[in-house]
Design a protein around this ligand. Structure first.
Ligand SMILES: Nc1ncnc2c1ncn2[C@@H]1O[C@H](COP(=O)(O)OP(=O)(O)OP(=O)(O)O)[C@@H](O)[C@H]1O
Length: 514
């Protein structure tokens, strides 16, 4: 319900330069030559598992044979700038590992500095001993088939979401969320790893070394200035990365932004953030996950920051179990009944029969219509709150039918519209105060979406009257909902581009006897 021209256009833009954050270099081979069985804090170091920009990871074993992994941060003989970054990363890992503990975060068991003057290449290296995983999601994606979700993708995402939410609530930003840093344990449990860039929030943001992985940093990251303490890092950066990872896992490795190289994909993401290109999620992404990924990939970081990741993921993974639905629908109906009671001051029967009691309302929804029973009370309640005579239950019902076909999971990611009332998340924020309850509201919740829609449509009607429109108000309000009251005023009526949509709504309205 928001036209493309209203999209935020505060995109970042430029490619990185010396003052801006830099991509992480990736080590091709281990910088440390570690002999087999080399002792680190009582653990015996074994096979090389992999190397990142700043460390190499080796399999290890505790004295009792418990598997572990040892990450050696280095190289030790590096430039003063690199040593500073390394020290900052090691301190970050240490601080975080001392404070955080969660079933979906890799546990760091010990952090020690290697002291071995006979091996100058190892002497002074920081070693982190951690739980050993079986493989990373990077490995899983390497074997994935494009277009097919990796096995257990939804469970993995739910677990990663739990770990990430725990971090954010505890006041930390991961700062480098990507498939290589998401590990699967031998029993398949997913855990977040690599806390080298993890930083503690100081108010709204944290500071981290200006390093990032181009496929997973948010678009605004590229245009940040690097200050003395590094770059500002916000939880919204992790939320963006989660959106990219969800898209990758659920589509067998496809990145949400097209491009042959990571740099090309990051430029495509920046173009999208500037409003120069729409978000085009791959067809293979399941419909119920589209709102999650689209919310995580909101171009505006403030909007992203408001994303309730846990709620969105829970909604995406909720099984359409008849009983749960029925219970929820029942609860929603009870809420509606309570609202009707409060509004009318008289007793209303609860449940589906509530509509019968409300039927004297002009423009009431006919009993035999296709408006789903579960939504009738919500629609009538939303219309009843508006004092304008044009805003009737049947008008709202006709609009909802044309917008989404009454589908609470409807999604038009290309225009950023979601849910039964096809709300644009940022616009919903402003109108969601109409919802019938305190606490977080969601445009994916039919009760919240319809209540907010009634409020907004009522306001549009009043605006149009203020602008001097007196005729065809249902058509004009419908057009304004798809565009804006300004566009309707500028066109002097229904703008041509939304005429087919308005005609559809008027046809449904006539079917409902409105
Ligand atoms: N606890 C662990 N258990 C098993 N394998 C691990 C563990 N931690 C890391 N690895 C493996 O070692 C590789 C290197 O990890 P590391 O954290 O050093 O770098 P990275 O995450 O790949 O890149 P970067 O550090 O540049 O972000 C990982 O890709 C992963 O496959």
């Amino acid at each position: 319900m928001k036209p493309a021209e209203q999209r935020d256009a505060d995109g970042p833009g430029a490619a990185p330069d010396a003052e801006h954050p830099q991509e992480k270099p990736v080590a091709a081979r281990p910088p440390f030559d570690v002999p087999d069985g080399y002792p680190v804090a009582g653990y015996r170091v074994g096979a090389f598992l992999g190397a990142g920009a700043w460390g190499s990871v080796y399999a290890a074993e505790a004295p009792d044979g418990t598997p572990a992994a040892v990450k050696l941060l280095g190289p030790v003989r590096s430039s003063p700038g690199q040593r500073r970054t390394l020290a900052q990363m090691a301190a970050g890992e240490l601080r975080f590992s001392r404070r955080a503990d969660h079933p979906h975060l890799i546990r760091t068991l010990i952090v020690v500095t290697v002291e071995d003057p006979d091996r100058p290449e190892l002497d002074g290296a920081v070693a982190l001993v951690m739980e050993r995983a079986a493989r990373s999601l990077q490995d899983v994606l390497a074997a994935a088939r494009a277009g097919t979700a990796v096995p257990g993708a939804e469970r993995i995402l739910t677990e990663v979401c739990a770990g990430l939410t725990h971090m954010h609530r505890a006041g930390w930003v991961h700062g480098d969320l990507k498939p290589a840093n998401l590990l699967l344990m031998p029993d398949g449990t997913a855990k977040i790893a690599d806390f080298g860039l993890t930083a503690e929030l100081e108010g709204t943001h944290a500071y981290a070394p200006p390093l990032g992985s181009p496929d997973h940093v948010p678009p605004e990251w590229w245009s940040q200035r690097t200050g003395a303490r590094g770059v500002a890092l916000r939880p919204s950066a992790d939320v963006w990365a989660f959106g990219v990872i969800a898209h990758q896992l659920l589509t067998g490795g496809l990145h949400p932004f097209l491009g042959a190289t990571a740099r090309a994909r990051s430029l495509a993401a920046q173009a999208y953030a500037r409003g120069a290109a729409p978000l085009r999620l791959d067809q293979a992404l399941p419909a119920r996950w589209r709102p999650v990924v689209a919310a995580c990939l909101a171009a505006d970081r403030e909007e992203r920051a408001r994303t309730d990741l846990t709620a969105l993921v829970a909604r995406a993974t909720a099984r359409p179990a008849g009983r749960r639905r029925a219970v929820r629908a029942g609860a929603v109906l009870l809420t509606c009944a309570a609202v009707l009671l409060a509004l009318t001051g008289g007793p209303e029967p609860a449940g589906p029969v509530a509509h019968r009691a409300a039927s004297p309302l002009p423009g009431a929804i006919p009993a035999g219509s296709d408006v789903p029973t579960a939504y009738r009370g919500m629609i009538e309640g939303a219309a009843r709150r508006c004092p304008e005579p044009e805003i009737t239950p049947v008008l709202l019902a006709a609009m909802l039918k044309a917008e989404s076909g009454f589908d609470p999971n409807a999604a038009r990611p290309e225009t950023g519209e979601y849910g039964i009332a096809m709300w644009t998340p940022a616009v919903f924020e402003a109108w969601s105060k109409a919802a019938n309850h305190d606490g977080p509201k969601s445009y994916l919740d039919p009760g919240d979406a319809i209540a907010a829609m009634g409020n907004y449509v009522c306001w549009l009607d009043q605006q149009l009257k203020r602008r001097g429109f007196t005729h065809d108000l249902p058509a004009l309000v419908t057009a304004a909902y798809r565009t804006s009251d300004k566009s309707v005023a500028a066109a002097g009526g229904v703008p041509e581009r939304v005429r087919p949509h308005v005609d559809t709504v008027l046809r449904y309205l006539a079917d409902y006897g409105g």
